[in-house]
Write a protein that binds this ligand. Structure first.
Ligand code: ZN
Length: 257
């Protein structure tokens, strides 16, 4: 009974938002990932996007005047990874703060040389363990298969991958596994890939993804998720085992079999 009431309230909120299929299609023009989602899957993604927006609050950072089209685009990017997982994977948080460009958190920051600076450098995205997701619209616009130093980039997929990761023991690169997955296999394959890329980096060899991945296991999972959706062919070719695990986790195969 309670679920029916919740569904009814959500349907009412979606109706009040008044978004149309045409508006949604216009908002996502140019994001090439959408070419993979056609027919019933595309309809499902649109519905999920509207429900995502009904459940989340998007706030303006630094008085950025964002539009409905921007909300639709970022919500679509948020929903692509969970299309076959379910919207409830993001039910544990509520708020997105959207800035026009990079934002500077007001907290001290220790750089690699050990020096503590009064403020953190500008960020394009951030996800809090208990709290909001913060995003730069400019960074969202730079999403693509080779837009960050020639590597895949999608700040929405990155930050929301952190949120999925945080569902199990904090952000550590291991999100909750499905019953048909083995946590040991996840650990072994991701660790081996990490070691190989670290070695490649030390020998100045080009990496198949942004080297920011090697900051921590949590960043490795988030950057691999960006590559999985934005440049799956490269990931499948260069990191086939990680690609295979992400297919199992996200329940999608972005490269047609
Ligand atoms: Zn990150």
């Amino acid at each position: 009974m309670f679920k029916r009431l919740k569904d009814w309230l959500e349907a009412r909120r979606i109706k009040r938002m008044g978004f149309t299929a045409e508006q949604w299609e216009t908002a996502i023009v140019g994001w090439q990932v959408m070419e993979r989602y056609q027919g019933a899957e595309r309809d499902q993604l649109r519905e999920m996007t509207f429900r995502f927006l009904a459940r989340k609050t998007i706030l303006s950072g630094a008085e950025f005047q964002f539009t409905d089209a921007m909300c639709l685009k970022l919500a679509t990017m948020a929903c692509v990874p969970i299309l076959h997982l379910g919207l409830h994977w993001h039910d544990h948080w509520k708020t997105i703060i959207l800035y026009e460009g990079d934002f500077v958190p007001n907290r001290p920051y220790r750089s690699d040389d050990g020096v503590v600076h009064p403020r953190t450098p500008g960020l394009s995205g951030e996800a809090w363990q208990r709290g909001p997701v913060i995003l730069s619209w400019q960074a969202i616009c730079e999403s693509g298969p080779n837009t960050r130093h020639g590597k895949a980039s999608n700040v929405v997929i990155h930050e929301l991958a952190h949120k999925l990761d945080m569902l199990r023991d904090g952000a550590n690169g291991a999100p909750p596994m499905h019953p048909d997955m083995r946590p040991g296999e996840w650990h072994d394959i991701f660790s081996a890939a990490w070691d190989r890329l670290k070695n490649d980096m030390q020998h100045h060899r080009s990496l198949p993804l942004d080297d920011y991945a090697l900051t921590s296991p949590a960043e490795f999972f988030a950057v691999c998720s960006e590559a999985f959706f934005e440049s799956p062919e490269t990931m499948k070719e260069k990191m086939p085992k990680v690609y295979g695990l992400l297919c199992q986790f996200y329940r999608q195969q972005p490269v047609a079999a």
